[in-house]
Design a binder for this molecule. Sequence first.
Ligand SMILES: C[S@@+](CC[C@H](N)C(=O)[O-])C[C@H]1O[C@@H](n2cnc3c(N)ncnc32)[C@H](O)[C@@H]1O
Length: 282
Amino acid sequence: MAMSFDYGANSDSDKSCGDISFDDEGKLVSGEFNDFYFSPQGGLDESRHVFLGGNNLPQRFSGLFECQHGEGGRSRGEFVIAEAGFGTGRNFLTTMQLWDSVLSLKKAELKSESEHGKTCAGEEISQPTLIYHSFELYPLEASVMEKIYPHWPDLSEYAGEFLSAYKQKKTGKHDLCFNLEKYSIKLMLWFGDIRDNLDKLPGRVDAWYLDGFAPDRNPLMWSDLVFDTIKSRAVPTTTAATYSCARAVRENFARIGFQAEKTEGFGNKRHMLQAVNSCSLC
Ligand SMILES: C[S@@+](CC[C@H](N)C(=O)[O-])C[C@H]1O[C@@H](n2cnc3c(N)ncnc32)[C@H](O)[C@@H]1O
């Protein structure tokens, strides 16, 4: 039986945050979609495996500091991620941690190289920015996040930064921009139904996280419109990752010209999908 989780905003008069609770196994469950956000036991590793690893982000973030132009070039100032389903911000926080650790390491390496006269001739070393767009229909109250984040002590620095920006914001159907300058990260939260906001997504997207509950429980998050947007915002190196290997998802990737491959899943999910723009394979 589900344990009720008192976070204030889920009264009968205010359903803007959706119907969420922890079940007996400690899973955060959505009543609306009859599906869980993630398991607290494997939540962060699952996020790192499926979404960060699935989009090859450790290598791609490092590559932003390589001595050539293009995705890996220093002239390339931004890396853009788009996520279907912000939820608790788990994927955002693991991404923020990875970004911070790669940038710190690379900056230290470059400083040491420049001290030893080994920098790439004629190239400016500029700090790249991470732009993270996320779509969310039921934004959680900060008070809910405050109860979840202590389960993730190694993310406490990032969770604290995020919450201090998030606390002052109200939920509603609008976009919010957080400038986490210390980390060179811009977070754009698009609150409302993803279908109403996708066309406002500016510019290209380098990597997609498709995390909108299971397709059979929430088909709207896997609609043709989502895949059409992946295609219209794609560059040759764009990738996408998801835990779902449903046939409809694979067919939609094929339709937009992405090659989707089943790879090793996380925990008790045997497979996940990693998709790359077929242009990158030409
Ligand atoms: C599996 S959870 C996302 C987990 C999240 N990425 C995290 O790190 O915690 C799926 C999310 O999709 C949101 N969602 C469901 N339908 C939506 C829609 N039509 N538009 C935008 N968000 C939606 C849900 O409210 C939920 O927060």
